[in-house]
Design a protein around this ligand. Structure first.
Ligand code: AMP
Ligand code: MG
Length: 492
């Protein structure tokens, strides 16, 4: 079957220091695990052609489709605070870009597609577990309404990859608004290549922030826009209990998408200090630290832009500081606005911030499940008899009661009917999140038994995170003590 991908590449036309042009390395025996048909259609691609034997050859990196300009991109990055001047795509190859029927440009990238000049000691491959984890979690994030890269397909390679033990290999087809990272800017800034920084900034403006082009200072406008997108993004993460796990500057997208699903995890019991990543020993990327870390990453981006912001360094620094000061207001409006919506408040009153913070504090002290507390609160908003189901989530249920009295007083100020408040709350408080024990169960079945049914089922459940559906109760529940996942791994 003829696979036609209407590539329209722009990154490949940037100068040669931006990338290394090379093809993916073929694999032994590609097998399609899952094709995201909805995403394929949104991209303007034919799902049947992609799922055909020829399509699977492309998704595995065995055939380079017509019009592709495969490349590995150069980037640097701060990893856990330490600057690494040369990282780059060590196991990913960008096939090219497509413009969707609605006019949106997207990168199509193969991850796990073989070595590149940036592989260093690595094999350029991905194990099946991390590929499925990225598929599950990135698609769940999309369904939750969070800006994110997407998963178009997962294929197994028929080849083992050596990690601590041999594991089945896989390739993920990742779709992103772009793969421009804070670390991409750092790569050129660290080399003193201001012209490359300018070209990259112009490319990012044209691609993601076209309004910045006509601003009095386009590079200031670019920085403002990235600051605002990242502030809104990290607020969204907090509002659904998401922990990225490895927010290095090379994993911080200039387009403002969640990117790089390594040791990411969703929190069960609410605790701002929650860390899952096995490599995050200091808790640098703990749930509650994420806004501070995003801000730190944005300061690194601002540094790379200094020569473009103004000809005089002191003035450039002032401009950068001013732009960075835009982070807190956007973050706070998004975060506290979101918490208000999660508790059914559409109006804004003095004291709301401490009021919602009090709930979070009680949840933390009582080990209350983050997702279920807010979801069950939706029913309690319409009917106090549902309080019992919320209280039951608290180690000391009576602590919830005193907060609930204040909550009902506050809800009295709201104009909406209880049923409408409940409906609005249910639209922002998901029932289904990719809980770690469910993700782990799906990955283990695939890896150990070649059984993809749990993976398929989980992906389908998570595609509609806000809709109650009978028979899916087990997907809503926190782990039993013996099911609890204590650590997640990058698995690279
Ligand atoms: P990450 O932790 O996924 O953000 O990756 C950090 C860096 O390590 C990037 O430059 C990756 O391309 C590189 N890398 C990760 N895994 C591999 C691998 N299996 N082979 C080669 N390079 C890798
Ligand atoms: Mg990365």
């Amino acid at each position: 079957m003829q696979v036609r991908i209407p590539f329209d590449n722009s990154y490949a036309h940037l100068p040669s220091q931006f990338h290394a042009r090379l093809d993916p390395t073929p694999v032994a025996a590609p097998r399609l695990i899952r094709l995201n048909t909805g995403l394929a259609e949104w991209l303007g691609l034919d799902p049947d052609a992609l799922a055909s034997p020829e399509g699977v050859q492309i998704l595995a990196g065995n055939r380079v489709p017509e019009g592709a300009a495969p490349l590995a991109a150069a980037y640097a990055g701060h990893q856990f605070g330490n600057f690494v001047p040369q990282l780059g795509d060590g196991r990913a190859i960008l096939l090219g870009e497509v413009v969707t029927p609605k006019g949106e440009r997207r990168d199509i990238q193969l991850k796990g597609s073989g070595p590149t000049p940036w592989s260093r000691g690595g094999d350029g491959r991905a194990a099946l577990g991390p590929v499925l984890r990225e598929y599950i979690v990135s698609e769940a994030m999309a369904a939750l309404g969070v800006p994110t890269t997407r998963a178009l397909a997962a294929v197994t390679t028929g080849q083992a990859v050596m990690r601590e033990t041999p594991l089945p290999g896989a390739v993920l087809t990742r779709v992103a608004a772009s793969h421009i990272r804070v670390g991409t800017f750092q790569y050129f800034a660290a080399r003193g290549d201001t012209e490359a920084v300018r070209l990259l900034a112009d490319h990012a403006i044209a691609r993601h922030y076209p309004n910045a082009a006509t601003a009095p200072n386009p590079y200031r406008a670019l920085l403002d826009a990235v600051v605002a997108r990242q502030a809104a993004l990290v607020a969204h993460w907090l509002l659904i209990g998401f922990i990225h796990g490895v927010m290095n500057t090379d994993n911080c997208s200039v387009a403002g998408e969640t990117i790089d699903y390594g040791p990411c995890a969703f929190m069960d019991a609410y605790d701002p200090a929650t860390v899952f990543s096995s490599i995050d020993r200091q808790g640098r990327y703990a749930y509650g630290n994420q806004p501070r870390i995003v801000m730190w990453n944005l300061a690194r981006l601002a540094e790379t832009l200094l020569p473009l912001l103004h000809g005089t360094e002191d003035t450039a620094v002032e401009i950068a500081k001013d732009a960075l000061s835009g982070f807190s207001p956007v973050f706070e409006a998004a975060y506290f606005g979101g918490l208000r919506r999660k508790t059914g408040l559409t109006t804004e009153r003095d004291g709301d911030v401490s009021f919602v913070n009090d709930l979070l504090k009680l949840m933390a002290e009582n080990g209350a499940d983050f997702t279920l507390t807010f979801r069950r609160l939706c029913d309690a908003a319409a009917n106090p008899s549902a309080d019992a189901s919320v209280r039951a989530l608290f180690a000391d249920p009576s602590t919830f009661d005193s907060w609930a009295i204040r909550w009902r007083w506050r809800l009295d100020d709201e104009a909406g009917e209880p049923a409408a408040i409940r409906a609005a709350m249910r639209a922002v408080n998901p029932l289904f999140i990719p809980r770690n024990h469910l993700v782990e169960e799906a990955l283990n079945a695939a890896i150990e038994r070649d059984d993809f049914a749990p993976f398929e089922a989980l992906v389908d459940v998570l595609a509609r995170p806000f809709d109650d559906r009978p028979g899916l109760e087990r997907y809503t529940l926190p782990p039993q003590p013996e099911e609890r996942v204590l650590q997640t791994f990058c698995g690279t």
